[in-house]
Design a protein around this ligand. Structure first.
Ligand SMILES: NC(=O)c1ccc[n+]([C@@H]2O[C@H](COP(=O)([O-])OP(=O)(O)OC[C@H]3O[C@@H](n4cnc5c(N)ncnc54)[C@H](OP(=O)(O)O)[C@@H]3O)[C@@H](O)[C@H]2O)c1
Length: 377
């Protein structure tokens, strides 16, 4: 059996870092070989440094691992893996992620720091895997082989998965979305309990702006010219309103849309249900984290609900329901997606699997180093 690719996790002790550890346990292609977090945690055993919050046991092997400093160069050359999953706060990611890319690592990032950079792919494999070609535009790639790929904000990802099959078949002109977002989306300890219990907070800093901009980039078109690749965002109008609600995991969204006229006739309920049901863009690729159904329709009047539906497809399926005509736009529906699986760690792992299936995940060693390695072998 070929050996697994060794991967590291930056921000390994946080909410998303813990999900990485959970989802990578027994992963058929990847093995966690390095964990890093802040100075508060570095040098400690992971079991002491992290307050494990998930409902599966902390893997014993990981519990005993020592948390490393968040530096791209280890004390021993080669001790930092060349594939890094990053789950850092945005401000820290902005400073730290480029250093890892510069050092020749593939940085598969969850943070918003570089999602909208023109040369950084913002990717959902079922939606816009072709945008991964943007890594060839990155200066790190040319200098060291390292590069950066990002996954979207946890509220944008569910929306875009539900919209992609509709945009493809019918076109999409207007999107009006209101979110009800889980507290785990704010990391740990996140929103104080006194603020959220029995309450709704109608503000999440920068969330609406991220959701609007990222949705249009994800649904945009990769344009290639002799000068390189660039993404032209989808020319649709979008308005997002984001709210924090007292739910542990799972973001719910109410969506109204105005479709385009690609069909040349009004779009029916059957057309929309068929577009969702027939959306299998990764079929046959055998990516271990890809769900059989990226988008699944729940026919019951009172679904989807976070507690009942967030774990569909092992947390990677977006559940849609309540499809009905909209009095202002054309159609409206409700969607639900798991914010720390499909909205974070699971999304990044699927991006890495997509890159691995294309043979581009592990950056090639720069020529001089490769020669040195061969000479030492
Ligand atoms: N939670 C979600 O649903 C979600 C969804 C999508 C994207 N994201 C994004 O993913 C990222 C991580 O979110 P989270 O919810 O996991 O946050 P979190 O629970 O607050 O975890 C933050 C992690 O960053 C580490 N860290 C803090 N300062 C550091 C430093 N100076 N150097 C190195 N590491 C440092 C922390 O280590 P210590 O434990 O040592 O402090 C911890 O491991 C954020 O950018 C967030 O916006 C989150």
């Amino acid at each position: 059996m070929p050996s697994k690719t060794q991967v590291g996790i930056l921000g390994a002790t946080g909410m998303v870092g813990q999900r990485f550890i959970q989802l990578l346990e027994n992963h058929p292609w990847f093995e966690v070989a390095w964990l890093a977090a802040s100075d508060r945690s570095s040098g400690k055993k992971y079991g002491e440094a992290a307050k494990w919050r998930l409902d599966t046991p902390l893997p014993a092997r990981v519990e005993r691992m020592t948390v490393s400093p968040a530096e791209p160069e280890g004390a021993t050359p080669g001790s930092v893996p060349r594939v890094i999953f990053a789950a850092l706060d945005t401000a820290i990611a902005r400073e730290m992620e480029p250093r890892f890319a510069e050092a020749g690592c593939a940085v598969i990032s969850n943070s918003s720091a570089f999602r909208m950079a023109a040369d950084v792919p913002l990717v959902i494999p079922e939606v816009n895997g072709d945008h991964l070609r943007l890594i060839e535009e990155q200066s790190w790639r040319r200098r060291s082989g390292g590069y950066m790929v990002t996954n979207p904000n946890c509220s944008a990802i569910g929306l875009v998965l539900a919209l992609k099959p509709l945009e493809e078949r019918f076109g999409l002109e207007k999107i009006f979305v209101t979110t009800m977002q889980a507290v785990s989306g704010a990391g740990y300890p996140g929103v104080p309990s006194m603020d959220i219990l029995g309450n709704v907070v109608p503000y999440i800093g920068s969330e609406e702006e991220k959701m609007e901009a990222e949705t249009l980039k994800l649904l945009g078109h990769l344009e290639s010219s002799p000068g390189g690749h660039a993404v032209a965002p989808l020319a649709a109008r979008i308005s997002a309103s984001c709210n924090r609600v007292p739910v542990e995991d799972g973001h719910t969204e109410s969506v109204s849309i105005q479709l385009g006229d690609k069909l040349g006739r009004p779009v029916t309920r059957e057309d929309i249900l068929n577009a969702w049901a027939e959306f299998h863009p990764l079929a046959g690729k055998n990516l271990p984290s890809a769900p059989r159904l990226p988008v699944e329709f729940a026919p019951q009047d009172d679904r989807p609900q976070p507690r009942l539906d967030r774990n569909r497809g092992r947390g990677m399926t977006v559940t849609v329901g309540r499809l009905r005509p909209c009095g202002l736009l054309d159609w409206k529906f409700t969607l639900l997606s798991h914010n720390t699986i499909r909205g974070a760690a699971g999304a990044a792992i699927l991006n890495a699997e997509m890159l691995a299936s294309q043979g581009t995940l592990v950056p090639a060693l720069p020529e001089a180093e490769a020669v040195g390695t061969a000479a030492r072998a």
